[in-house]
Design a protein around this ligand. Sequence first.
Ligand SMILES: Nc1ncnc2c1ncn2[C@@H]1O[C@H](COP(=O)(O)OP(=O)(O)O)[C@@H](O)[C@H]1O
Ligand code: SF4
Ligand SMILES: [Mg+2]
Length: 328
Amino acid sequence: MSQSAPLLSVRDLKVHFEIKGDSPWPWTPSRWLKAVDGVSFDISPGETLGIVGESGCGKSTLARAMLNLIPATSGSIVWQEQELFGASRQTWQSVRKSVQMIFQDPLASLDPRMTIGQIIAEPLRTHYPAMTSTEAMQKVRAMMEQVGLTEQQINRYPHEFSGGQCQRIGIARALVMEPKLVICDEPVSALDVSIQAQIINLLMELQSRMGLALVFIAHDLAVVKHISQRVMVMYLGRTMELATKQAIYQDPRHPYTQALLSAIPTPDPRRERHKKLQLLQGDLPSPINPPSGCIFRTRCPKAVAGCAVQTPGLRALNTDTQVACDIV
Ligand SMILES: Nc1ncnc2c1ncn2[C@@H]1O[C@H](COP(=O)(O)OP(=O)(O)O)[C@@H](O)[C@H]1O
Ligand code: SF4
Ligand SMILES: [Mg+2]
């Protein structure tokens, strides 16, 4: 694991949404949906943390809370030694110069009325209003080239581009600010498999050229394997396992990680034949009324009676792996 001081430290972060029922009685108590419920991790300069979990596990909410696009309910977000929980708008505004986001749906995240040049230049105009148009356009052209777009495309509109190209535009828009950290929320989930690899390779290339740290979110462990140094597996708003890439793919310890991993086909046909498939039983429980004790117990093939009572915290098994399960 990296020894340098973390760029970002998240501790016990919670994002709870109030769910207003349809009861006509005003005194009916509110219910809470715990989308993120006590998540902690660090990100070092230049590293990639993969975040994985089924749809509805709180990945996007966590990503948005890291940028205050959704306010966190409690916890701590320390960016370069500065506490951001409860920080002023100005503080967040200045952090957003260094932390950028790339979204899942490339076309939907681009304003259809703006040209590609205007879209990529927008963050520069917001954060550096004194920058001249010539300077901004110079940066935009240089960035377009870096992501594999051509200068001739600068006055075109988003609908004229394919999904993969739209994601290149989204990447250019995020990177034109020369950020230190980019949070990528399922940036390849909407793309064809062949295009996915191109976009992941492009991100890795730009990462090493610009020294970026990345948070790379996906719902599938296969997608984050190539790009991540460490991987965090989330289930219903909590971390089930946080481990180095080597540990998570060679020796997954949490039953949920093992199930996610067993669903990925291996290239070796002999191993594939002998692989024990651990399919997840049932659906994701409602996050408004989650299971008692271990939140994964209703789908866990290894659950014992005590799992309904004790809520396992994340504990270190060794220097590579932290796991939230009491029986491993
Ligand atoms: N604004 C909101 N209000 C209420 N519930 C929300 C809101 N945003 C997300 N949720 C709920 O929070 C949970 C986590 O959602 P999300 O973070 O989008 O998960 P993921 O990105 O892992 O699919 C889901 O149950 C979702 O329905
Ligand atoms: S604590 Fe129990 S239910 Fe939870 S993952 Fe471990 S064995 Fe499964
Ligand atoms: Mg999401």
